[in-house]
Design a protein around this ligand. Structure first.
Ligand code: 5GP
Length: 253
């Protein structure tokens, strides 16, 4: 079999040419990075868990009519996705103050926000993904006003879906980052949720204990990252194929 052509390699994933035009294969690595790759490690099994968890969230979003790039999972580490043109912005949705918002604005971590707050960061590692205003986005042509309106609407729908799913298994969705891509259909473009949705890109806290079940475990040296992600997968009934059989989501009282 011919070697596949690598299209792009990022910090946590590799994209290969897909089997058909307009498709790509997204491979989840075990590499973990934080603070713009200043902190790095290889965490065995992380890629397998994120592949399964991202499949779970993207499938759910597709099912409730929020379009995503996800087509199907191929194996333990790979999924087939629609190729799209990634808008060079990270879209962050926050329900509870944490991370850079707490640092920047002095709002104590854990304080519930009056409403979901959306932030945009420019995807640029050399600049450390800086926070940008809508004015910058329009003025520099990173997205149009129509794109921005659509991105905000999509991000809020993802937030509602994710908050509900996580609340059902006793987890608070503190915040998350998504990426959005353009898919062209003839002369028309459609926006879809792209990249991944996993504990790498969300803050997830146990509702009862505030235990962190996300990448902050790695960023802040709080214990085993795979244990945290496995716990999220277990509660959602999403387990790697070679471990316990798939179960139903566990409702937490
Ligand atoms: P913060 O701005 O507080 O660092 O991050 C807000 C949320 O977005 C967190 O859930 C964090 O995991 C996610 N996030 C922000 N930037 C990135 C990034 O470059 N990569 C990933 N995977 N997640 C990010």
């Amino acid at each position: 079999m011919a070697r596949r052509k690598k299209v792009y390699e990022g910090k946590a994933k590799i994209l290969y040419e897909g089997p058909e035009p307009g498709t790509l294969v997204q491979y989840f690595k075990d590499d973990a990075t934080a603070f713009n790759a200043e902190k790095k490690d290889v965490i065995e099994g992380k890629g397998v868990l994120n592949n399964r968890l991202s499949e779970f969230f993207m499938n759910g979003l597709n099912a409730v009519g929020v379009p995503t790039h996800f087509l199907k999972r191929l194996n333990m580490r790979e999924q087939l996705i629609r190729s799209c043109e990634i808008i060079p912005l990270e879209v962050i949705v926050r329900n509870v103050a944490a991370g850079t918002m707490s640092k920047r604005l002095g709002i104590p971590e854990g304080e519930r926000l009056p409403r979901p707050i959306i932030e945009f960061c420019l995807k640029d590692d050399n600049l450390g993904d800086p926070l940008v205003a809508e004015e910058h986005i329009i003025a520099f042509g990173w997205a149009s006003q129509q794109d921005l309106d659509d991105m905000i609407a999509l991000a809020l729908r993802v937030n509602d879906f994710m908050c509900g799913v996580m609340y059902g298994v006793g987890i608070r969705l503190v915040d998350f980052k998504i990426e959005i891509g353009r898919v062209w259909e003839g002369d028309f473009q459609r926006l879809v949720i792209a990249d991944e949705i996993s504990p790498d890109s969300c803050r997830l806290w146990d509702i009862e204990t505030n235990e962190k079940l996300d990448k902050d475990v790695f960023r802040r040296d709080l214990g085993s990252l795979t244990d945290a992600y496995t716990e999220v997968a277990r509660r959602l009934g999403v387990m790697p194929a070679n471990s316990a059989p798939l179960g139903k989501p566990t409702l937490v009282n």
